[in-house]
Design a protein around this ligand. Structure first.
Ligand code: NAD
Ligand code: DAU
Length: 341
C-alpha cells in the first residue's frame, strides 16, 4: 500500500508542532488521510487547524480526547496505518511547579497508545521526543543518538520514560517503533509560554522580558517546518528500532535571541529583566544530526536569521491568535510563576 492510501493518527495535533506537521503532511502527501487526536489542553487550539476540513475534506478528521483514555484511543486508532505521537505536556517550567500531568500524559498516555498500536497491528509508531532526554552539555560537543539518557527536569524525565517504553515495545513485542529527538523549535502557532513567542509578544505589549539567570544558557534552534520534514521522513523511511536526531545547527545564547527579537521589532533593550534562574537549568543543548542527514536524506531549509524574521512577522500579523491564547488560564500561570516583574 502506498502512503497515498494510508491513514495516520497524529496525537497532539492541535498544539504547536503537531498542527504544523498535519498541515505539512497533508500538503506534501497527496491522498494521505490524517486523524488528529487531541485533548485540547491549555496548549491545544483548534485555530491552529482552521481551514483544514474545508481544504482537505475527509482526508482530515479531528477527534477530541485524552491519550490516557483506552476507549477513546482504541476508537481513534481503528483503521490506522501509522501513529505519529506528539501529544505531551511540553513546558519545562510547568513540570517544575507540578510534574503530575507530565507523568499522566507523557508516560501513561504513551503506554496506552503503544498497547493500542500493538493490539491493532499498526505498521509504525513514531515517538516524537526531545534532545532534553540527553541532559545537558558543557561548552563543547553535541548529542548523538548514542548519548546516554540523563534527563534533568521532570519534563525530560517523563519524555525519557516514554522513549524507553517505546524502545521496550520494539524489543519485547516487535512493534515497529521509530524515535525522533529534536532541539528547540520555533515558528508559527507556538504557545507564548516558550522563550521566542513569549519575548515577541511581551515586547509587542511593552511588557518586561524575563530572562533567566544571566541569559547565557545555549539552545540549538530549529524552524518547526524543518522538524516536521524530519518527522515525516523518519515516519516513512526510518529503520524500525532506530533513533533520529534533528537540530538546527544554530546555537544561540538566550540573551542573543532576545536581543535579536528586540532589534527586529525596533523595541528597546530596557525591556529586558534578568530574573531568578530556572531550577536545574540545563546549560547547553547542541544536536549532531548527521545520521538523519545521511540515512533519511534530511536537510534543513531555514537559517535561524530568516526563520526568526519570518516568525516575528507571523506574530505581528496574527495578534488576535496570541492575544486569545495569552488570556484565561495562562494569565494565572504567568502571575504565579513570574510574580511582579
Ligand atoms: P504543545 O504543548 O504546543 O502541544 C501539545 C499538544 O498535545 C496540545 O495540543 C495538547 O492539547 C495535546 N495534549 C496534551 N495532553 C494531552 C492528552 N493527555 N491527550 C491528548 N492530547 C494532549 O507541544 P509542542 O511544542 O507542539 O510539542 C509537541 C511534541 O514535540 C511533544 O511531544 C514535545 O515533547 C516534542 N518536542 C517539542 C519541542 C519544542 O521545541 N517545542 C522540541 C522537541 C520535541
Ligand atoms: O530542546 C527541546 C525542548 O525545547 C522541548 O523538548 C520542550 O518541549 C520545549 O519547551 C523546549 O524546552 P526549553 O526549556 O529549552 O524551552 P523554553 O522556551 O522554555 O526555554 C528556552 C530557554 O530560554 C531556556 O534556556 C530557558 C530560557 N527562558 C525561558 C523562558 C520561558 C528564559 O530565559 N525566560 C523565560 O521566560
Amino acid at each position: 500500500m502506498g502512503i497515498s492510501e494510508e491513514t495516520w493518527l497524529v496525537t497532539g495535533g492541535a498544539g504547536f508542532i503537531g498542527s504544523n506537521f498535519i498541515r505539512h503532511a497533508l500538503n506534501v502527501r497527496d491522498g494521505l488521510r490524517i486523524r488528529c487526536l487531541d485533548k485540547l489542553t491549555y496548549a491545544g487550539n483548534l485555530r491552529n487547524l482552521e481551514g483544514l476540513d474545508k481544504q482537505y475534506g475527509d482526508r482530515y478528521q479531528f477527534v477530541r480526547g485524552c491519550i490516557t483514555d483506552t476507549t477513546i484511543v482504541s476508537g481513534a486508532m481503528t483503521g490506522v496505518d501509522r501513529v505519529v505521537h506528539f501529544a505531551a505536556e511540553s513546558h519545562v517550567d510547568r513540570s517544575i511547579v507540578d510534574a503530575g500531568a507530565f507523568i499522566e500524559t507523557n508516560v501513561k498516555g504513551t503506554l496506552v497508545l503503544l498497547n493500542a498500536a500493538r493490539s491493532q497491528g499498526v505498521r509504525r509508531f513514531v515517538q516524537v521526543s526531545t534532545d532534553e532526554v540527553y541532559g545537558t552539555l558543557g561548552d563543547e560537543g553535541a548529542f548523538t543518538e548514542d548519548t546516554p539518557l540523563a534527563a534533568n527536569s521532570p519534563y525530560s524525565a517523563s519524555k525519557a520514560g516514554a522513549d524507553l517504553l517505546a524502545r521496550a515495545f520494539f524489543h519485547t513485542h516487535q512493534l515497529d517503533v521509530v524515535i525522533t529527538r529534536c532541539s528547540n523549535n520555533y515558528g508559527r502557532y507556538q504557545f507564548p509560554e516558550k522563550l521566542i513567542p513569549l519575548m515577541i509578544t511581551n515586547a509587542l505589549e511593552g511588557k518586561p522580558l524575563p530572562v533567566y539567570g544571566k541569559g547565557l544558557n545555549v539552545r540549538d534552534w530549529i524552524h518547526v517546518h524543518d522538524h516536521c520534514d524530519g518527522v515525516l521522513l523518519a515516519c516513512e523511511n526510518g529503520k524500525a528500532g532506530e533513533v533520529y536526531n534533528f537540530g538546527g545547527r544554530a546555537e544561540k545564547k538566550n540573551i542573543e535571541v532576545v536581543q535579536t527579537i528586540l532589534r527586529l521589532l525596533k523595541k528597546p533593550e530596557s525591556l529586558i529583566r534578568y530574573v531568578e534562574d530556572r531550577k536545574g537549568h540545563d546549560w547547553r543543548y547542541a544536536i549532531d544530526c548527521q545520521k538523519s542527514e545521511r540515512e533519511l536524506n534530511w536537510k534543513r531549509k531555514y537559517s535561524f536569521e530568516s526563520g526568526l524574521a519570518e516568525t516575528v512577522s507571523w506574530y505581528l500579523e496574527n495578534e488576535s491568535w496570541w492575544r486569545e491564547v495569552k488570556s484565561g488560564e495562562y494569565q494565572n500561570f504567568y502571575k504565579n510563576y513570574y510574580g511582579e516583574l
